[in-house]
Write a protein that binds this ligand. Structure first.
Ligand SMILES: C[S@@+](CC[C@H](N)C(=O)[O-])C[C@H]1O[C@@H](n2cnc3c(N)ncnc32)[C@H](O)[C@@H]1O
Length: 357
């Protein structure tokens, strides 16, 4: 660095970046501790709002007091636990809602599981940058699969039957009357089960190439009492069985696929006359500039760690990325033969796109 370059450094900006990095160090380590607390049931033990000493909480959870003491102090410093003084800690009603209420739209635990699981793959991701061979969805830590389900389920429960399905032309009535629906890349099947609960006259089949996810989805359907109308099969987007579907859905997975054009071409052929494909994708604008914001920060990072290498690990390896944006997704759908494509709905985190043949 020359003396002139050194002089050009803005000290205030340097200090701002150091401050930002300090915040990020805390976030990364706290993320791991939040997941530890979830696994051990520490948050659930505190969810009643009663203040406890570290020893009381440790006894209740059946773990070691010294570790719990340090954990409580870290979480209190991070704002996820409340220190009441006198060596006692509690969860406020808001902390309990966000950390323990699995059905709340504000439930964040799945997000922590996803981010910490993705970080565990950092060495494989580094290697994938060198080789281009990618890292398959199935190659990540199992917390990624479970965390994704916990992260997305509350959003599907709040939006699917309430606004996303009704936003599609003529689809809600078909589902109320009795329709055939496929959920491609269904993961643990939460979207499939939610639709099966909302539309008891319709039949649903979830497909995913990941066997462990399909097993979990089958269990979820049994537990929800909808196994008679929601079944699950291991299958890829380009070759799932069946035809004459009235609706084929892709929830947050098209961009993870190696050949999304091939998957959508197969989908178009599998639709009934007048059928609809629904693509739910992460919210994004069409340019990098539009996505340089807190939501884009999360999605670009997830895309680099998870989605882009997942696509690269499969045939074609188009690697759309999680911030592809509507224009790029429209081009993919049109290349697959869809002639009608529109944004049917959106949330701060999702684009809901309708494609028709
Ligand atoms: C981000 S997860 C979304 C899972 C689920 N749709 C949800 O919203 O919870 C992406 C899913 O796509 C699946 N997937 C990736 N490539 C696939 C392919 N070519 N065919 C079928 N499923 C695929 C993965 O196994 C994974 O379950």
């Amino acid at each position: 660095m020359t003396i002139d370059q050194a002089k050009a450094i803005d000290e205030d900006r340097v200090n701002q970046l150091v401050e930002q990095a300090l915040g990020d160090f805390g976030s990364i380590m706290l993320g791991a501790l939040v997941v530890v607390g979830d696994r051990l049931g520490l948050f659930r033990a505190l969810a009643d709002g009663e203040a406890r000493t570290p020893a009381e909480l440790a006894t209740q959870a059946g773990v070691i007091e010294r570790n719990v003491r340090e954990w409580l102090a870290a979480l209190a410093a991070g704002g996820y636990v409340t220190y009441e003084g006198d060596d006692r800690y509690s969860l406020s009603a808001e902390q309990a809602e966000v950390l323990t209420n699995e059905t709340s739209p504000a439930f964040v635990m799945g997000g922590f599981q996803v981010t910490t699981a993705a970080a565990k793959s950092d060495e494989a991701i580094t290697e994938a940058f060198r080789t281009g061979a990618g890292v398959g969805w199935h190659q990540h830590h199992h917390d990624l699969f479970h965390g994704t389900e916990r992260f997305f389920r509350p959003g599907y429960a709040a939006n699917l039957a309430q606004s996303w399905i009704p936003s599609l032309e003529g689809v809600e009535q078909k589902l109320l009357d009795g329709a055939e629906v496929a959920d491609v890349g269904c993961g643990f099947g939460s979207s499939t089960v939610i639709m099966a609960q909302a539309y008891p006259e319709s039949s649903f089949v979830g497909f995913d190439y990941h066997e462990e996810s399909i097993e979990a989805a089958r269990k979820a359907a049994v537990e929800a009492g909808v196994a008679d109308r929601a079944r699950f099969e291991v299958a890829k987007a380009k070759s799932f069985p069946g035809s004459g579907y009235d609706l084929i859905c892709f929830f947050d997975c098209l961009h993870d696929m190696g050949d999304p054009v091939g998957g959508l071409r197969h989908t178009r052929n599998a639709l009934a006359e007048g059928g609809t494909a629904m693509l739910v994708e992460p919210f994004a604008g069409n340019s990098v500039e539009e996505n340089l914001n807190p939501v884009g920060r999360i999605f670009y990072a997830a895309s680099t760690l998870i989605c882009t290498p997942a696509s690269q690990s499969q045939e074609v390896g188009l690697a759309l990325g999680a911030q592809a944006g509507e224009a790029r997704l429209r081009a993919v759908a049109e290349e697959a033969g869809f002639t009608s494509f529109r944004r049917a709905a959106e949330t701060p985190f999702n684009l809901v796109l309708e494609a028709r043949a």
